[in-house]
Ligand binder design. Sequence first.
Ligand SMILES: [Zn+2]
Length: 248
Amino acid sequence: MAVNASAEQQQALLDVQAIDTKLLQVAHRRKGIAEVQQAHDLEVQLGSIDMKIVAAITEVSDLDLDRAKAEADVEQVVNRANRDKERMDSGSVSAKDLSGLQSELESLAKRQSELEDVELEIMQNLEEARASHEALKVQRESVEAELRDVEGKRDEQLNQLAAQEQELNEQKKSVAANLPADLVALYDKVREDQGGVGAALLQHGECKGCHIALDSDELNRIRNLASEVVVRCEQCRRILIRTAESGL
Ligand SMILES: [Zn+2]
């Protein structure tokens, strides 16, 4: 179906085109916001720190149980030794039993020392695990603060671009409102097919969309068309806008 529009309306398509080009630039700038990727990377980093924190909490809790068990083991040996000492001190023990008790006390003292070494090692590990948990929490706070900062910068730019986009869309709507709907629909379709440019000047016999010169037969054909006829470039199919500079 042939699309017709006054020369003025056709020329107004170039205004719409200029707005659409600006809209493309806005979209391009949005993709180029470094903080979008930075925020993503920081979120990934935060996720990894959170996993480490969960592991650290588990380790602290496990070591704390080990510590309690080691403490109880030591206590048990100490209690046994105390009972033995009480018996010895009571004076009611035979010479034979006394020797047995002394020998047991020696074993218990050795055992106590071993268990205390175990307890000490657990305490050291627990201290390290707690320190590591604290360090992770500090690291998390720092990464989170950085993320908030980057997100702020990202959102500021996104909001600016969204505002520009909205303004451009309103401008486009207001210009397009004065144009025939089928002309705008054709323009939009060609623009989508042709990398964002739907209408181009015919300047000195050349399509400014694809920068290919029209041959003389085609120029002659266009020259004889009524001004309301919407002309398309034979090469790129863009809408050609005729002006005094078209070389017709
Ligand atoms: Zn062309």
